[in-house]
Design a protein around this ligand. Structure first.
Ligand SMILES: Cc1ncc(COP(=O)(O)O)c(C=O)c1O
Length: 452
């Protein structure tokens, strides 16, 4: 079908996620027709670097022969079979493989199919763990301001933002919000240690007052992605872990965005040697090929669910496509490629290159660049109207969105978070493509003066 017909049919039928549809209906959407390595290709044959990993999930690029072959091989066996009452080889082998690389505290894996289900499962496991161990009052959570854990009701409860979730506030359960250590937007933008200390003091106060009713603290470790690539000050996560233990509250690490190499380690919690009680992964687990998620738990949590069927300890939760065999086969192939292609080392060397580049090209001093924050190749560049006062642009100008639309003419697909330009290439992106990507961003930053 030709591009215009596809666009017309799209506008007629489809309601797009996280999309102001009024604007969409007035636009001519880009139609992706194919892909090749680190590039997406539109229906007119134009090539674009995939600068946000197809929404933070692609790891090794597109149409990777080993990945394609693993899925084809599994297709020749079985595409889907349930995990309710049955098991299958790809899920078992993947579990065994993952157990060798997740933090040592984690001993059991519960499969599901997206980030929101992975976090929702962690919340339910936390509440039922306390129920099963005779502390049924422990049902509340601590979340961090501006956190994001997905769009189901539990995930929205713990990761709510006014902009996304206001109409649903009456549906959400009780959560105590602790301030996020967002150094750039704090009162002390040049003093990360002070910001960290104050945020930890606020967290401790919540724990002192409410530990008797708290089930868990949930955190996006090291980088709070959807809030605008907020990188927490060093040592923050370690202290959160210490406080959770001290006050008898579980720690849930939501590694949905940061997991599978994006920060330069397989899991972000590794940066601070943190061992969570529950950990959620999704997005990058299949290399960005197919929907799969997992929630990991400690042996202690798992054991509390053991009992006779009539004792009410069972975890009555599951999804139809939980542990889908094709997705598990893709995930196994992805893990092979991490080793074969030294993907974590690639991320670390791209970070060094970005560091040099940001300094040399003085990205930091471009007139509208407020803050550059990154861990691994999760990069956020916050655009501001005025650097000194950190004054934001009027959100109605949609400066971040305009910037990203212009990047398409430079052969790059990006998607902003408000006025934060997100650069999150697939962890396996080679140096040449990576430099081309960040160079294109820098050139558009210079060009901003002509259109702002
Ligand atoms: C930290 C975090 N948790 C959970 C989610 C939800 O994942 P999904 O979109 O797969 O439901 C996201 C998505 O961006 C995320 O960044």
């Amino acid at each position: 079908m030709n591009t215009d017909d596809l666009r017309q049919l799209d506008r007629r039928h489809i309601w797009h996620p996280f999309t102001p549809m009024k604007l969409w209906l007035e636009s001519d959407p880009l139609v992706i027709a194919a892909a090749d390595g680190m590039h997406l290709i539109d229906s007119d044959g134009h090539r674009y670097l995939d600068g946000v990993s197809s929404l933070w999930c692609n790891v090794h690029g597109h149409r990777v022969p080993e990945m394609d072959e693993a899925i084809r091989r599994q297709l020749g066996r079985v595409a889907h079979s349930t995990m309710l009452g049955l098991t299958h080889e790809p899920a078992v082998l993947l579990a065994d493989r993952l157990m060798q690389i997740v933090p040592k505290s984690l001993k059991k894996i519960f499969y599901s199919d997206c980030g929101a289900t992975a976090t929702e499962i962690a919340f339910k496991l936390a509440v039922q763990y306390w129920h099963n161990t005779g502390q049924p009052r422990k049902t509340e959570f601590v979340g961090f301001t501006e956190a994001y854990h997905g769009d189901t009701v539990g995930a929205m409860s713990v990761g709510r933002t006014e902009a996304f979730h206001k109409p649903y506030f009456p549906l959400l359960f009780k959560v105590h919000f602790s301030p996020t250590p967002f150094v750039y937007r704090s009162e002390f933008p040049n003093d990360p240690e002070r910001v960290k200390t104050e945020c930890l003091a606020a967290l401790e106060k919540i724990l002192q007052e409410h530990s008797a009713t708290l089930a868990a603290i949930c955190i996006e470790p090291i980088v709070q992605g959807a809030a605008g690539m907020i990188v927490h000050p060093a040592g923050f996560l370690r202290e959160v872990r210490r406080l959770a233990t001290e006050y008898g509250v579980l720690l849930i690490c939501d590694e949905v965005a940061v997991g599978f190499g994006r920060t330069g380690r397989m899991f972000a919690a590794e940066h601070e040697n943190v061992e969570p009680d529950l950990m959620c992964v999704a997005k990058g687990i299949t290399g960005g090929y197919l929907p799969l998620a997992a929630t990991f738990a400690t042996q202690k949590i798992f054991d509390s669910f053991l009992g006779e069927p009539w004792e009410g300890k069972t975890f009555f939760h599951g999804h139809t496509y939980t542990g889908n065999p094709l997705a598990c086969a893709a995930a196994l192939a992805s893990l092979d490629l991490f080793d074969k292609n030294n993907v974590l080392e690639n991320v670390r060397s791209n970070v060094d290159a970005f560091n040099d580049f940001a300094l040399k090209k003085e990205l930091r001093h471009r007139p509208f660049v407020g803050d550059i924050r990154y861990k691994g190749t999760m990069i956020g560049i916050e655009l501001v109207e005025e650097q000194k006062s950190r004054k934001r642009f009027d959100p109605r100008r949609r400066v971040g969105a305009e910037f990203c639309m212009r990047m398409r003419k430079r052969g790059v697909i990006l998607r902003p978070l408000g006025d934060v330009i997100v650069i999150m290439p697939p962890p396996a992106m080679g140096r040449e493509d990576f430099m081309q990507l960040i160079d294109a961003v820098a050139v558009e930053m210079s060009a901003m003066e002509t259109w702002i």
